[in-house]
Design a protein around this ligand. Structure first.
Ligand code: C2E
Ligand code: SIN
Ligand code: SIN
Ligand code: FE
Length: 380
């Protein structure tokens, strides 16, 4: 059975309170107060659904009390009917302005008052039902969003892994590069994050860009699958002819990924992967390969990976070269600002160089081991 509605009756005259009590007692649970302060106090303790509120009382008057009830945190759930001998239109309007839900003029018809009270309870129930419904809708939405986020995270993790494993596979014949994919991915992220904070590319680099770059950067050399071992693993300098063949890795890789692009819904990520793969050996001054693009014709993602790639090549041992001192690598990069590299990206590199050093000094093998374990788990 539904519990009785709770009404607080407020009047400074005991006789008025008695009349209202007699009228309402059969249907409602009642509490009374003799002035404004007491009313506010009982609102907190008794938590009435409805307050029948006299206006002219010693202390705080009914208008002010009503206003305070309605402004309190639970005020939206407390209905207020002003009950007053003040009958002029101005006085009644003032009552509505102080947010009363209804206004009854004394002397009142008993049945009418009873019905007006019941109407307020109907309204209040309707509010409560709506409120509950909104709560349920919000809870449902939150749960849905949570599930979508979880699923998305799962799918993304698996995709990351598959993509990375693919890149790793393509990289596996290149004996010296070791953990260079992990480093290039990290360097590219560090650079891109720096560029998202300061400089001309702040508006171009959002979370989506960063996520796509995280996955796309390890793919930059995937075209090396098409380069013969004799060239890829040659201990000494490449001949011109061999280097011409080596240059083809950007085209082989980009074309392989473009085939996927036509069939896939992950278009934005794959487009970036194609850009990075095809254009990571372009140079800012237009003297790179294979397209010979210059400046901002080269996609930003590729300009970022270009620097990360060369920095990694310089600081690592290759079959054809020893690892350079860090200072030397830094100088080569900075001196190539405007020729090989975008000057704005080199500026970013100067700022976040410490983060490069920090990453390079930590144990990448551990990171790789984790990736391998996950790869086994998902069968990738
Ligand atoms: P990689 O070894 O990963 O080098 C990537 C890029 O880093 C190079 O692109 C180049 O821009 C830069 N880089 C590498 N070593 C040096 C260096 O000693 N000095 C300077 N200033 N920059 C350096 P690049 O030249 O287009 O070469 C692409 C790839 O071709 C290289 O990737 C490597 O796999 C191969 N390669 C290039 N030259 C030789 C070589 O003389 N012998 C052999 N065996 N492979 C080479
Ligand atoms: C009274 O009936 O208590 C006086 C009038 C009023 O409260 O507004
Ligand atoms: C390669 O090209 O064979 C490795 C390094 C790179 O292209 O950046
Ligand atoms: Fe390359």
């Amino acid at each position: 059975m539904k519990s009785k509605g709770r009404i607080l009756i407020v009047d400074d005259k005991p006789i008025n309170i008695s009349i209202l009590c007699a009228l309402l007692e059969p249907e409602f649970t009642l509490e009374t107060a003799g002035n404004g302060e007491e009313c506010l106090e009982k609102c907190r303790r008794f938590e009435p659904d409805l307050v029948l509120l006299d206006i002219v009382m010693p202390g705080i008057n009914g208008y002010e009390v009503c206003h305070r009830i309605k402004s309190s945190p639970v005020g939206g759930f407390t209905q207020v009917i002003l009950v007053s001998g003040r009958a002029s239109p101005e006085e009644r309007l003032q009552g509505y302005e102080s947010q009363a839900d209804d206004y009854i003029v004394k002397p009142f018809d008993h049945d009418e008052l009873l019905w007006k009270v019941r109407v307020q309870f109907r309204l209040r129930d309707a509010h409560a039902r709506l409120f509950k419904l909104y709560g349920q809708i919000e809870a449902n939405n939150a749960e849905l969003e949570q599930r979508v986020a979880e699923r998305t995270a799962e799918v993304t993790a698996v995709q990351d892994l598959v993509v990375f494993s693919l890149a790793k596979l393509a990289d596996s014949r290149d004996p010296d590069t070791g953990e260079h994919l992990v480093r290039i991915r990290a360097y590219s992220q560090i650079l891109a994050k720096q560029l998202s904070r300061k400089g001309p590319y702040v508006d171009e680099i959002d979370d989506r860009f960063l996520n796509d770059l995280y996955r796309a950067s390890p793919l930059h050399d995937i075209g090396k699958v098409g380069i013969p071992d004799a060239i890829l693993q040659k201990p000494g300098r490449l001949t011109n002819c061999e280097f011409e063949l080596m240059k083809q890795h950007v085209i082989i890789g980009a074309e392989a990924l473009e085939k996927g692009l036509k069939q896939s819904s992950a278009a934005q990520f794959l487009q970036m992967a194609v850009d990075v793969t095809r254009y990571h050996h372009e140079r800012f001054d237009g003297t790179g390969y294979c397209a010979g693009l210059s400046g901002c014709q080269i996609p930003l993602s590729a300009r970022i990976v270009a620097l990360a790639d060369v920095y990694d090549a310089l600081t690592s041992k290759r079959t054809y070269k020893p690892a350079f001192q860090l200072d030397t690598a830094w100088e080569i990069i900075v001196e190539a600002s405007g020729s090989h590299f975008d000057p704005a990206i080199v500026d970013g590199f100067r700022v976040c160089y410490d983060e490069f050093l920090q990453f390079a000094s930590q144990d990448v093998a551990e990171d790789l081991q984790v990736q391998k374990e996950i790869a086994c788990l998902v069968g990738a």
